[in-house]
Design a protein around this ligand. Sequence first.
Ligand code: 5AD
Ligand code: FES
Length: 350
Amino acid sequence: MEAFKTKIEELAESRKITPEFLDYILHQATEEEREILCAKARKTAQSIFGKTVYLRGLIEFTNYCKNDCYYCGIRLSNKNACRYRLSLEEILSCCDKGEELGFKTFVLQGGEDPYYTDDKICELVRAIKEKHPSCAVTLSIGEKSYESYQKYFEAGAERYLLRHETANEEHYAMLHPKNLSGAHRKQCLRDLKKIGFQVGCGIMLGTPGQTTAHIYEDIQFMQELQPHMIGIGPFIAHKDTPFHDRPSGSAEETIALLAVLRLLFPKVLLPATTALGTADAFGREKGILAGANVIMPNLSPSNVRDKYLLYDGKICTGEEAAECNACLRGRMKKIGYEVADVRGDHPDFI
Ligand code: 5AD
Ligand code: FES
């Protein structure tokens, strides 16, 4: 036990981890040891953010997608997906509702939907910024050209989420069709950072074929990229995808990885994701207690929520924005945390 404690202190001090220790943490550590890890990660998060959690209002504005990722429920080939797009007015009304509830960040997430040209995205961003000048706009709409990203930035978007999914090329090819490459995805993240976005990368835990060596490569990629946000959630199978019968990722391992990432990247914005809350009824609370500091409640209109299904069993598809808001504030209070109604930029951006 003392030896484990010492190793955690060293990890926190050096901000480095060996592949062997990563594997030990993910697959062999006892419950007691994991609690030591989480306590250290929690203290680290608290030393920077206090006992506060930032909220991001997630607006899932289109579930059309031209890609065919093997894990994803809104992939092009899923003919059972009931497709929808929100209008500009509907999106703006989500933001109005969000600001009333205290949200200061809106995340516009969608599939890679060619209907939303760069001009339409820029118009959307400008309209939101005009109505809600004190709020941050985050885009999460996939791989685009440098020029497109530049236009979004100039229109006023200040953050961009694009999980790299896996840093290993062979593993990337196991999860995606041939027309997609891990190299291009990583290049997008570098472009976004160069343009000046606060960028978020990330992975799913427990995707088919994933090994600890892959996760170690993911960490190395993150150490190179130095993202402002890291989104981590368990892989959860969707019934209408090629991975329909694959086992889901473990909530416990996801939580342990969140803690490791907090120690490696003390200032990073780290969400306790909806997928984690789906895999474990208290996954989001456990994530916060393992060093996460962001929660992303759903702001999408209730009539489309059950259509943006990337995986089976997603929570909150029957709730209204106000319900999730009250639920999450209550859940955070119960574990001794407070939601801060601020933009919650990365510390280096303040
Ligand atoms: N299980 C968990 N997460 C998923 N995502 C996509 N499909 C799934 C799934 N089946 C994640 C991907 C994507 C993000 C928006 O959602 O990591 O980048
Ligand atoms: Fe949606 Fe709890 S967060 S109901």
